[in-house]
Design a binder for this molecule. Structure first.
Ligand SMILES: *Cc1c(COP(=O)(O)O)cnc(C)c1O
Length: 489
C-alpha cells in the first residue's frame, strides 16, 4: 500500500514517510491509493486488538507483523479497558462509547497509537533530527496528543489551543502536564486561526529549512495525519461486531452511524470502513451552530465566509474541515479538481462541488437543543451524554423522523460528559453546588452515583505548568524559542 497527496497522485510514498511528514509538501493530505477489501464474516468474531491488527495490517505493510502487533498491544491492551469501545443502548439508539481511554475522548484511539507508529518509523528511517509535533487543538486532540507523546526520547510536542474556546477541564488536562518535551500554548484566536498558522508553517520552505538547521523536523498529530485517520476505522467494525454478537443485526445487514463532526476526521474513517466492505446505510454528519458541513452536503456549496460561533460543543467549533479534502479526492479521484476547489477555498473562502453524496446525511443542532437533549436522555434513560454526543442525538432524531429508516442506528459518543462538567452539572438543577467545578464534581458524584473518572477529580490537586498566552503572530517565535531551549538542555 502506498500513499499520495490529495493534490498530486504521481508521487507515492510509504506509510512510514507519510506518518512522519503529517501533511504533504504541496499542502494536500495523504490518502491510501486504494481501499483494501475485507471479509466481514472473518472479522466478526475478533477482539478489538485482533481487529486492529487485521485492519491496520492492510494499510501499514511497511511494518513487520511483529512490529505492528507490539504497537497495537502497547496502545490498546495496556491503555484501555478490556472492551475499549463498548456499545450501550438508550432509547432508540446504540451509543458507541469512545471515551474510555486516557483523556476521555475518542481522540485517544488514534493518539495512543500514532506516537508508536512514529517512533518505529524514526528508528527504521534512521532519522538523525528530532521530531517536533506541532498540533492545533479544539480541546481534545491537545490532551490526547500530550499524553501520547510525553516523555518520548526523539519526539517533542507543541500544542496550540484557543484560550477562550475550550472547557476548563480540557484546559487543565493540557496545562497541568508535566514533561520537559512538551509546550502548551494558549492563543488569542480560535481553532481555525491555530490550524491555519500550523498549516502555514508546514508549507513554508524557509521556515522548515530554518527549523532543520536547528536539528528538528516538524510533524503533525492533527487529523490531517493519515496515522490519525486509519486507527479510527477499527471501531466502526467493532461496533458492527457487537451488534452482531448481541443479535441486534444479522451478518450483512446495514447500519447507520451518526457522528458529531468538526474536522471531518472521525466520520471520514467511517467512510473508509464503508468502502472496505462494512455494511453501512448512511453516515450522518452532525454539526453544531457552525453548520458549514450541513450546508455543504445539502447544497454542494462550501462557504467559509462566516463568523465562528463559540458553542457548548467546543470540539466542533470549526469552519475549515480539513479532512473534507480527502472525501473530495476519493469521490473524484482527480487531483486537478481537488486543487481547483482548495484554491477557491484559499482565495474566495468558498467552493461549489457538483457531485452528490448519497451515502451521507447532514444536519445540525443549536446550543439550546444540545442542552435539552442532555437533560432528556438522562431523565428518560438515566444515561448521561456529553454535549457533542447530544448534538448527534438530536440529528439522529431528525433523520428518523424524516426517513423512518429500518436500519439500526449507532451514535458515536465522542467524549466523557465530565470533560464538559460545567455544562452537564447545569442540567441538574436540584444538586447544590459551590461554584468550583472541580469540587462540584465530587458533590455531583456523591448525589447521582455516577462515577466521575478519577484523574478528572484529581485535576484539582495538580499545578499548572503551562501559562503561555500569545497572539497568533507570535506563534513561530515562541516555537523557535522552545526549540532553542530544547537544544540547550
Ligand atoms: C474532535 C471531536 C469531535 C469532532 O471530530 P472530527 O474528527 O474533528 O470531526 C467531536 N466530538 C469530540 C468530543 C471531539 O473531541
Amino acid at each position: 500500500m502506498k500513499y499520495h497527496s490529495t493534490r498530486n497522485s504521481k508521487i507515492k510514498i510509504n506509510f512510514k514517510d507519510a506518518v512522519l511528514q503529517g501533511i504533504a509538501k504541496d499542502g494536500g493530505l495523504y490518502v491510501p491509493e486504494y481501499f483494501p477489501q475485507v471479509d466481514i464474516k472473518k472479522l466478526s468474531k475478533l477482539s478489538y486488538t485482533d481487529l486492529a491488527f487485521n485492519i491496520l495490517n492492510m494499510y501499514l505493510n511497511d511494518y513487520t507483523s511483529e512490529q505492528l502487533q507490539n504497537i497495537i498491544n502497547k496502545a490498546y491492551r495496556d491503555e484501555f479497558p478490556e472492551n475499549p469501545a463498548p456499545l450501550t443502548k438508550a432509547g432508540d439508539y446504540h451509543y458507541l462509547e469512545l471515551y474510555h481511554g486516557r483523556t476521555h475522548a475518542f481522540k485517544d484511539f488514534a493518539l495512543s497509537i500514532l506516537p508508536l507508529f512514529m517512533e518505529e518509523a524514526i528508528k527504521d528511517k534512521n532519522i538523525k533530527e528530532k521530531i517536533l509535533i506541532l498540533t492545533a487543538t479544539s480541546g481534545d486532540t491537545g490532551s490526547a496528543a500530550l499524553y501520547g507523546f510525553k516523555d518520548l526520547e526523539n519526539i517533542d510536542i507543541a500544542v496550540l489551543f484557543p484560550e477562550n474556546g475550550v472547557s476548563l477541564i480540557q484546559k487543565l488536562q493540557m496545562t497541568t502536564i508535566s514533561s520537559s518535551n512538551t509546550i502548551v500554548i494558549g492563543i488569542n484566536g480560535n481553532f481555525d486561526d491555530a490550524q491555519k498558522s500550523v498549516k502555514d508553517i508546514f508549507t513554508n520552505k524557509e521556515i522548515l529549512d530554518n527549523i532543520k538547521r536547528k536539528n528538528y523536523i516538524l510533524s503533525s498529530a492533527n487529523s490531517i495525519n493519515i496515522g490519525r485517520l486509519l486507527p479510527q476505522i477499527i471501531y466502526y467494525f467493532h461496533a458492527y461486531n457487537q451488534l452482531l454478537k448481541n443479535k441486534i443485526i444479522e451478518l450483512g445487514e446495514k447500519v447507520s452511524f451518526v457522528v458529531p463532526t468538526g474536522n471531518f476526521g472521525d466520520i471520514l474513517a467511517g467512510y473508509y470502513a464503508k468502502n472496505m466492505g462494512l455494511p453501512v446505510e448512511k453516515l450522518i454528519v452532525a454539526s453544531n451552530e457552525n453548520k458549514v458541513l450541513t450546508e455543504f452536503f445539502n447544497s454542494g456549496i462550501y462557504d467559509a465566509n462566516r463568523e465562528l460561533h463559540i458553542t457548548n460543543s467546543p470540539s466542533m467549533d470549526i469552519i475549515i474541515s480539513s479532512n473534507l479534502e480527502r472525501l473530495l479526492y476519493h469521490k473524484t479521484e482527480d487531483t486537478e479538481i481537488v486543487n481547483n476547489l482548495q484554491n477557491n477555498l484559499f482565495l474566495n473562502k468558498k467552493y461549489e462541488f457538483e457531485d452528490k453524496f448519497d451515502e451521507f446525511y447532514a444536519s445540525f443542532c443549536n446550543q439550546e437543543d444540545t442542552l435539552s437533549e442532555i437533560k432528556n436522555v438522562f431523565e428518560k434513560y438515566k444515561y448521561l451524554i456529553d454535549p457533542h454526543t447530544a448534538v448527534a442525538k438530536k440529528v439522529a432524531d431528525e433523520y428518523k423522523l424524516k426517513f423512518r429508516p429500518k436500519e439500526t442506528i449507532v451514535i458515536l459518543s465522542t467524549a466523557s460528559p465530565f470533560k464538559f462538567a460545567d455544562i452537564i452539572m447545569d442540567q441538574f438543577e436540584d444538586i447544590e453546588r459551590n461554584g468550583f467545578i472541580l469540587e462540584d464534581l465530587k458533590i455531583f458524584e456523591e448525589q447521582t452515583n455516577i462515577k466521575v473518572p478519577l484523574d478528572l477529580l484529581d485535576l484539582k490537586n495538580k499545578t499548572i505548568k503551562h501559562k503561555k498566552f500569545i497572539n497568533v503572530e507570535d506563534i513561530l517565535d515562541t516555537l523557535m524559542e522552545f526549540i532553542g531551549e530544547r537544544n540547550e538542555s
